[in-house]
Structures are given as structure tokens and as C-alpha cells.
Design a protein around this ligand. Structure first.
Ligand code: ADP
Ligand code: ASP
Ligand code: MG
Length: 438
């Protein structure tokens, strides 16, 4: 059993969807679970639609629906040869459009966001299944929200996914190709929800772990994880092997190619994750496993929209329990801390979710002076920074000496050195580090 996930760009045009079908048919495995994203750009359009809906901007919302409908109609017309397939796909498109119109014609409810955003993956998977049928490839389409349910901490549970998916596999024991939606799930209120933008990678990893798959393949538009962000840096190159820890650091600290949480489920079950390029399927890409032992600097990534908070207090001097009190505030408001540095009289930390920032700041002020700096980036260098290595931090700080660094984190793990700096210096930091490190 293998899990193959195809991102939006791999199903972004009818030609690419056909190519995806060919890749699947060329894979050797007794059973394959195909996890698909929405056609590229559609989740953005659905997000826009939902924003108009929320603002009661009905005219723009209706225009958005027309745009989404037309994009799918063009896709369907070009993809299929047979009228029967076109009719089937169009019928399904009607249902999705009807769901969106339903939201438009009712007073706004909080569950509309989940319903709207889910339509992209619901459509792409159905269109793909109809296409597989047209090329005589039998498949079974599974409804991901039946399989992935989030608990009250918004976390999915692999054991419950395993039970549910195995019962489908028994029910369809003769089928060898299964298709399901990435990204979408049921939230803890049992309404349609999702695993956050880019979440199809996470779905694939959860399904892989649940099924104890031989391998999880993430097919995208580039030959695996590159050693820097190719959107900002020229002459990046693909990293052949990564350990789970290195991959998790890169995913968490912004390498867009992987969803931040997508490594953990695979790591727990020790399932290799292979990142491959649909446009060049023969290239080796990147293999993430426990066997990788990189001795050098591996890659650089950056994460934007970081808020830094500094709490300064003389009460911290020689006191214990101060940090505990501070951390409890973040725990209370379910806000993850990314970086932290301390001195005798101050603590600086960073968060990426500002949902509860106001409430957090109000409570932090009981402990001292609080300063907040928004619009920062964490630039993270991943590699071997164990105690045995020398001089790596010096190279990194030297490469960034012309930039205003707000925080440095070294030694938190053996795999990561991170710096925080204002967002406008991110690209220069990525380029300058690249020039020095590779
Ligand atoms: P998909 O639609 O297949 O999920 P994504 O757009 O989410 O694809 O991720 C692939 C993109 O991630 C690449 O096209 C590339 O621009 C970007 N990217 C950012 N950082 C990296 C990196 N370190 N290595 C490879 N790609 C990266
Ligand atoms: N379609 C979703 C998004 O664009 C999920 C994904 O592509 O991974 O974010
Ligand atoms: Mg993605």
C-alpha cells in the first residue's frame, strides 16, 4: 500500500491531470490511496468568495461563483472525450455550485467557511474519478470528512482514521485504487472543516500513518525540497535525503512545499516520505526517512508574519516560576510559541497566530513592560549543528551582519539555527546565507 498526494499544480490543467493518472498507473503497489488537492488557484477563489459572503457583498460573491463555475466547465470540456463523462462531471459541478449559492442565499453562519473551502477538493476528486473511469481505471472515491475528525484541540487522531479507512478497504477489498480529498475533514463540532491552507500534505501523512503505508509520495511541481526558497533565491538545488527532524524544521519554518504538521504522523510510524516532481517524474526528488544523516548545512527556509513580544521585568531577577507564569498565558489562549530567548531581566518570544494577541498582552502586562513588534520573519538554517561542530553560528551571523537581527536561537535542537528579523530583510537574508553556506 502506498499513498500518493498530488498538489493543486499537479491537477491544475486537464493535461496535468492526465499526466497524474499516468504516474499513478506506473506505480507498482498492491493498493494505492490517491490524495488530491483542489485544481490550483481554486481554494484562493473560494476563500475570496467566502470573504465577500461574510461582508455581505453579494454581487462580488455571485461573480466569484460564476468564475469558479466557468473555470471548472472549461476544465471538464477539455479533459473528457466522452459525453457521458462530461455529463457526470457537470452534474457534480452543479451540486457544488448549488452548495455555494445556498450559502449566498442564507443569513451568514460560522460553518459556511468550511463548506465553501471544501468544494475545491470535492470537485477535483470527483472529476478525477470520472476521468479514471473514462480511461478504464476502476477506483473508489472516499469522502475524507468521514475519515478525518478533529478533536477539541483541532487535532486529528490517527487511530480513529485507521479504524474507519480499514473498514472501507475491507468493504472494497477488490479495488486497488482509492481516491480521497486532501485538506478537508470534520471539525470538533462535526461540521465541514479543514487542516489549514496547504493541508493536503498533512492529510496524506495522516492517511499514510493510519494505513502503515510502505511509502508516502508527495507529488508537486518541483523536484523535492530545495536547499533554499526557489521563489526568492536563484540556483537552489534539490536535497536528496532529509531526516524527519530536518524535514519537520523546514516545514515548520516555512518551506512552502510541505505543510508544517505533515512530517509528524509519518515520523511516528517511520514511513518514508518521498517528494517528487509531476513534471519530471524520473528525477529522484527528496526522500525523508530516519536513515538520512546529513553532516552539512542542509537548507534554509523562512516563515513570515511573525510577532515578537518582549516582557521586561525586574521581578525576573533571581526568581523562579516567572517563565512558567508567562507560558501559562500562552497555553490558556492556545497560542504556540516558536522562538524564545531570555536574559536576567527580560524574555523575548515569537508567535505566528495573533488571534488572541489582545487577551495575551492584557495578561502579560501584569508581569512587566511589554513591547510588541509585528511583521517579522524567522529565517531558519537546518543542518548538523551538534556540539561537535564549530564555527557555524559565526558564519551565519557574519552572513547577516548588515541586517538588523532581533533574536537568535541556537542550541534548541541540533538541527536548527534561527534568526528573527523584520520581514523586509527576509529575501536579502535568504540570499546572503545562500551565498555563504552553499
Ligand atoms: P502543491 O500545490 O503541489 O502542494 P506548493 O505550491 O504547496 O505545491 O509547494 C511547492 C512550491 O513550494 C514550489 O513550487 C516552490 O515554489 C515552493 N517552495 C518554497 N520553498 C521550497 C523549498 N525549500 N523547496 C522546494 N520548493 C519550495
Ligand atoms: N487546496 C488547499 C490549499 O490550496 C489545500 C492544499 O492544496 O494542500 O491550501
Ligand atoms: Mg502545498
Amino acid at each position: 500500500m502506498i499513498v500518493l498526494k498530488f498538489g493543486g499544480s499537479s491537477v491544475g490543467t486537464p493535461e496535468r491531470m492526465k499526466n497524474t493518472a499516468r504516474i499513478i498507473q506506473n506505480q507498482q503497489a498492491d493498493k494505492k490511496l490517491i490524495v488530491l488537492s483542489a485544481i490550483s488557484g481554486i481554494t484562493d477563489e473560494l476563500e475570496k468568495f467566502h470573504k465577500f459572503l461574510k461582508k455581505k457583498n453579494n454581487k462580488s460573491a455571485k461573480d466569484q461563483i460564476d468564475k469558479i463555475q466557468q473555470k471548472h466547465l472549461d476544465f471538464i470540456e477539455e479533459l473528457f472525450q466522452e459525453n457521458f463523462s462530461i455529463q457526470q462531471a457537470k452534474e457534480f459541478l452543479k451540486t457544488s455550485i448549488h452548495n455555494l449559492l445556498n450559502c449566498l442565499h442564507q443569513p451568514y453562519q460560522s460553518n459556511f467557511e468550511g463548506i465553501c473551502l471544501a468544494q475545491g477538493e470535492l470537485l477535483s476528486t470527483k472529476i478525477f474519478q470520472v476521468y479514471l473511469a473514462e480511461i478504464h481505471q476502476k477506483s473508489e472515491l472516499l469522502y475524507a470528512p468521514d475519515l478525518i475528525h478533529l478533536n477539541t484541540d483541532e487535532l486529528p487522531e490517527v487511530i480513529s482514521i485507521r479504524k474507519k479507512i480499514q473498514s472501507y478497504f475491507q468493504q472494497f477489498s477488490k479495488t486497488d485504487v482509492f481516491i480521497t480529498q486532501g485538506f478537508i475533514c470534520l471539525n470538533h463540532q462535526k461540521e465541514l472543516g479543514n487542516l489549514q491552507r496547504g493541508g493536503s500534505d498533512y492529510s496524506a501523512s495522516l492517511f499514510g500513518a493510519a494505513l502503515q503505508a510502505k511509502e508516502i509520495q508527495i507529488w508537486t511541481d518541483i523536484d523535492g525540497v530545495h536547499n533554499n526558497d526557489p521563489r526568492f533565491v536563484n540556483q537552489t538545488s534539490s536535497v536528496k535525503h532529509l531526516s524527519y527532524e530536518e524535514a519537520a524544521e523546514l516545514a515548520y519554518f516555512g518551506a512552502k512545499i510541505l505543510h508544517p504538521q505533515s512530517i509528524y504522523p509519518a515520523k511516528i510510524q517511520q514511513i518514508p516520505v518521498r517528494l517528487l516532481n509531476t513534471l519530471a517524474p524520473d528525477l529522484p526528488g527528496t526522500c525523508i526517512s530516519s536513515h538520512s544523516k546529513n553532516k552539512k548545512t542542509v537548507a534554509i527556509a523562512a516563515k513570515d508574519q511573525i510577532t515578537a513580544i518582549r516582557i521586561q521585568s525586574s521581578r525576573m531577577l533571581l526568581a523562579y516560576g516567572f517563565l512558567k507564569n508567562i507560558f501559562e498565558i500562552f497555553e490558556k489562549y492556545k497560542t504556540a510559541i516558536d522562538m524564545i530567548t531570555t536574559s536576567e531581566v527580560a524574555v523575548s518570544l515569537t508567535i505566528d497566530s495573533t488571534k488572541n494577541l489582545g487577551l495575551i498582552l492584557k495578561e502579560l502586562k501584569n508581569y512587566g513592560n511589554v513591547e510588541v513588534d509585528s511583521n517579522h520573519s524567522i529565517v531558519c538554517v537546518v543542518g548538523d549543528f551538534s556540539g561537535k561542530t564549530h564555527g557555524k553560528a559565526a558564519i551565519i551571523t557574519d552572513a547577516l551582519k548588515h541586517l538588523p537581527i532581533r533574536m537568535i536561537s541556537y542550541g534548541g535542537s541540533e538541527h536548527n539555527i534561527s534568526v528573527l528579523l523584520p520581514e523586509e530583510y527576509k529575501i536579502e537574508a535568504l540570499r546572503s546565507l545562500h551565498a555563504r553556506l552553499f
